[in-house]
Design a protein around this ligand. Sequence first.
Ligand code: FAD
Ligand code: MEZ
Length: 592
Amino acid sequence: MKLKHSLLVAGIVAALSQTVAANDNLAGLHADMLGCDACHSASMQPQDDNLSIENGNCADCHGDIHEVAELTASAHVNVHASHFPGEPACTSCHQAHQPSVNYCDACHSFDFDLPFAGKWQRHEPSIAELAKEQADRSAALALAPRATTDIVVVGSGGAGFSAAVAAHDAGAKVILIEKEPVIGGNAKLAAGGMNAAESASQAALGIKDDVEIMIKDTMKGGYDKNDPALVDVLAQNSAGSVAWLTAMGADLKDVGRMGGASVNRSHRPTGGAGVGAHVVQVLLDNAVERNIDMRLNTRAVEILKDDNGAVRGLLVKGAHTGYYWISAKSVILATGGFAKNNDRVAALDPKLKGFMATNHPGATGDGLDVAANADAAMRDLQYIQAHPTHSVKGGVMITEAVRGNGAILVNREGQRFVNEITTRDRAAAAILQQSQGSAFLVFDHAVRKSLKKIEGYVELGIVPVADDLVALGAKAGIDGAALSQTINSYNGYVAEGKDAQFERQNLPRPLTQGPFYALEVTPAVHHTMGGIAIDASTAVQGTDGKAIAGLYAAGEVTGGVHGANRLGGNAISDIVTFGRVAGEQAAKYIGK
Ligand code: FAD
Ligand code: MEZ
């Protein structure tokens, strides 16, 4: 019954072109070729929301994603060799009964060839809209719970995975749910690094840092709107969180500079690869090793409480199996921020209406609604951050590490206009003041070689390159003569160790080694600093000022850690540290 995937690769293109007229989706094609049970179990209904049977059947015929990646290796950008951690399920993109979508298109704008492709469009009903499905919800709640556990963790980003692993290691039984078809949330996209002070990696590189300086930098960057108790937890535990990840298999040996930091404290894999995909992969591997129950396509919609107001479980909606509830003594909300929900963003900060976002599609702010419906207090929701450097072409966030490793920002007139490694609110505001509201990251080959992340940008074809600066200007639309002059002056500042123009603190290298690169960038909504009010033990605070028994929250869904403006690299530190704290505290609450 099963096709050999080599046979399929040889025949698939021809088969598709012949059958595309007769079938307008993958289900039709497979039904014609092999019948419905090529994909589904005998019951013809998905048995779980991970679509384990359906995805298993895809892999049996076509090979797993690594095998498919080998077969598509000749493509300019091999989408099957994506930066996503884990093994994204085939059905994340290849949908059967409706047009397929490139999951990447939710954020980027590349033209990948996909059989039976439709355009990315998704209307995810809000938590308030789902409340109208009262009959289905009541029916589900009238039944016995479909699962029983100690703790449900909501969200498979860095905070959720850290909480799940920590709670498991403290002796609790854990179910982790994720509404998207892929794991990792925004955490998997994190690029530049994870901040930590007094770490072993810093010591190995001879970098002198101090927890107190990290606290000062974080409070200053946040305009002192941060909760000092939370900042204390962040900084005091930062090196411990790097050590915790390292003990589980992470490589966080490379340490670079981020905006607003007094010293190099942003940790990432050797050679400067993206930190997020690596950290999420390590956490995933550890969750798998521990046999933690992980459910994708499963959305948290309501926290269930007992008569005393303590958590007794969670109502969820499975994308394929519908509503059911999980009995649990504790829930940890780790649902991330809401930067991808422009309606919500613009309602809080009208300046950001219509802005692009750097975030993954699930960053809509569900957790805030779910928590608010459970009477949780909120704080600082008005503080929303734009990342200064989102590529105009392709829609890719260009990591701050490119500037940290030596790139400068110039406008169309070929002039620098800001200290490139200032805090991101200042850098973003300065870029928006330039003509056409954009600017160019200009760097040389030495900067490219210093950071693996840059290879990805070049491979995507979004970075104009030329052997000299005048030619680069002509290609990118910058005044080339002025650009040459600007780079000459900048190289002089590097040689003197002092930036006479903008007092940039780190001047890692001159820009002298061609070829040269110019990447057009503009700000995009990036991080939401506000959220659920928690205390230093991550207990969710109710609107009555008391902790809600059994409810914990960690990561970008919370408010208070970053004040009015987050420093680059502090979020990964936040989510790992507070995720661990939440896991440990929830386990303690249930008596482990
Ligand atoms: P996320 O990682 O976003 O995970 C939350 C998960 O919860 C998501 O998967 C979401 O789908 C899921 N979810 C939401 N609602 C529900 C629901 N109702 N039911 C079930 N699941 C739900 N920070 C740094 O410190 N350093 C960096 O280098 C860095 N680079 C970044 C690069 C990019 C492109 C982006 C977008 C962010 C970057 N950040 C960086 C910020 C950082 O990645 C995020 O702040 C952080 O990952 C948030 O982690 P989290 O675990 O709180 O949420
Ligand atoms: O903390 C961040 O959001 C960050 C460092 C992003 C980046 O530019 O890489």
